[in-house]
Each structure stands twice: as structure tokens, then as C-alpha cells.
Design a protein around this ligand. Structure first.
Ligand code: MTE
Ligand code: MO
Length: 259
């Protein structure tokens, strides 16, 4: 007959030894995996400079996946950005960079140019934009440089402009591009963010026409994005299925820049 081994309960010392052995083993395995992963990332090619820049190819792939995840999350239930009573809005509005929007501009000569898909260019005056239904918005504007401020903007919803100009086919494309009249500053936006109900082409700040340094005569206010995407002094709008060029993405900032 086989002798049955009686299992003795482990002493405290044995238990500690076993736990240490296990945790060091697991720690070591993760450490090796992390080091291997880092080596792999470090030696993988840099992405080609283009619409986005400054990272490794596998990392960009991961960033794009993150972008998709947040796009789905943010637009699940037509999520609205928090708004505030108008008294909370700053009287002295912060001012940032003016690339492509320096100095003053003659409103009578200004036109918004909309490049249609295969059907030429629409040019509209500020007067025509002012005649469309107005939307006002008081929200917390956030700049990637680390400041934020509750601000009061007024203008026309981007969706309203799409409707007014009959751009339904263009709105089915994946991206919108916007550019200053001189082409020096430009942003690319995913269509769901552009069509968000709080995205407006603003011509008013604190109830008055836009001052030159805040984007006269028309700027983008897109509360689902960081400040960098809120292009001042809009000149041209384009539509496409490819990512339009984006000034800050070319410098390595996140293309999506969502909140
Ligand atoms: N044309 C143009 N638009 C621009 C910028 C710029 O330099 N040029 N800077 C962006 C950045 S980084 C921010 S935070 C906001 C600042 O807008 P404000 O000057 O009205 O505060 O505008 C955005 N739009
Ligand atoms: Mo910014």
C-alpha cells in the first residue's frame, strides 16, 4: 500500500518565502517585458512627417486607437459640454497667439470661402452669416498651455451653415479643414466634432463684434476641443476623407486634441 503523504500546514516563515518568490518572479517577468517593449519601441521607425509628426509608428497607431475610443465615448449620447450662467463669463478675455490673424481686417472685403466637393467654391459675406439663427455659449475655454477661462461667445452653429448652404454631401465626409485667409494657421477636425451642437462659427464675444485679436470677423468655437483648434479669423473651409493639414499636429501635438 502506498504511503499517503500528509500535507503539513505551512509555517509563517515558509509562507513569506513563497510569497516573496512569487512576487519577485512576477515583477521580474513584467520588468523584462517592459524593457523588451521599450527596446522595440525605441528601435521602431519614426513616422514620416506629414499631417502628424514626432512619434514612433507603433505609438502613433496606439494614439489613433485612443482617439477612436474617445470619439466613440464623447459622442455616445450627444454629450454636451458644461455651460455657465452668463454672469460667470470673464469681462477681460485672455488672448493667445495670432498666427495668421495679426492686425485688423476689412470686413467689407472679407469673404468666407467654402470649397465644395467637386462643385466649386461658395463665397459668403459676414452679412449673410449674421442673418442665420444665432447661438450663444458660455463655457470653460481650455488651452493646452494650462489655462482656462469661462467665456461668452455668440455665432452660428456649424450645422446651421451646412443646412443653409446645402452641404449635406460634404458633411458625410470624415474631416473638415479650416484656414486663415493667408493660409498661415490651419486646423483639421473630425466631422462628428465639427457637427457637434455646440460647435459655432463665432462673430461675437461678450455680446459685441469680435475684436481683431480674438479672430475678427469670424472664428471657430469648438468646446469639445482644446484652444489650439479654435481657429481665429476663418478664411476657408474644406471637406475631405483624409486628414486636412493641422498647424499644431505638424509640431507633434495630438491631432484630435479632444477634451
Ligand atoms: N489664427 C489663429 N487662431 C488661433 C491661434 C493662432 O495663433 N492663430 N491660437 C490658438 C490657440 S493656441 C488658442 S488657446 C486660442 C486663443 O484664442 P484667444 O486669443 O481668443 O484667447 O486661439 C487659437 N486659434
Ligand atoms: Mo492654446
Amino acid at each position: 500500500m502506498k504511503k499517503r503523504r500528509i500535507k503539513q500546514p505551512l509555517t509563517t516563515e515558509q509562507k513569506i518565502k513563497r510569497r516573496n518568490f512569487l512576487s519577485f518572479g512576477i515583477f521580474g517577468a513584467f520588468g523584462a517585458a517592459a524593457y523588451g517593449g521599450w527596446q522595440w519601441l525605441y528601435h521602431s521607425p519614426e513616422e514620416k512627417p506629414g499631417v502628424t509628426a514626432g512619434t514612433r509608428v507603433p505609438l502613433r497607431r496606439a494614439l489613433n486607437k485612443t482617439e477612436l475610443f474617445f470619439r466613440r465615448l464623447a459622442f455616445n449620447e450627444n454629450h454636451l459640454v458644461k455651460t455657465y450662467p452668463v454672469e460667470r463669463a470673464a469681462k477681460t478675455v485672455r488672448h493667445n497667439s495670432d498666427i495668421g490673424s495679426e492686425g485688423d481686417i476689412n470686413i467689407d472685403q472679407w469673404r468666407l470661402k467654402i470649397i465644395r466637393k467637386d462643385k466649386g467654391v461658395i463665397q459668403i459675406t459676414l452679412k449673410e452669416i449674421l442673418a442665420l439663427p444665432k447661438t450663444e455659449l458660455v463655457f470653460d475655454f481650455k488651452c493646452v498651455e494650462g489655462w482656462d477661462q469661462i467665456q461668452h461667445w455668440g455665432g452660428v452653429r456649424f450645422t446651421e451653415l451646412i443646412k443653409h448652404l446645402g452641404l449635406q454631401d460634404e458633411a458625410k465626409l470624415a474631416y473638415v479643414g479650416m484656414m486663415t485667409p493667408d493660409g498661415q494657421y490651419y486646423v483639421g477636425l473630425d466631422m462628428p466634432s465639427a457637427l457637434h451642437p455646440q460647435t459655432i462659427l463665432a462673430y461675437e464675444m461678450n455680446g459685441k463684434p469680435l475684436p481683431a485679436q480674438h479672430g475678427k470677423p469670424l472664428r471657430l468655437i469648438i468646446p469639445v476641443k482644446y484652444g489650439i483648434k479654435n481657429l481665429k479669423r476663418m478664411g476657408t473651409i474644406t471637406f475631405s476623407d483624409q486628414r486636412p493639414p493641422d498647424y499644431w499636429a505638424e509640431q507633434g501635438y495630438d491631432y484630435y486634441s479632444g477634451l
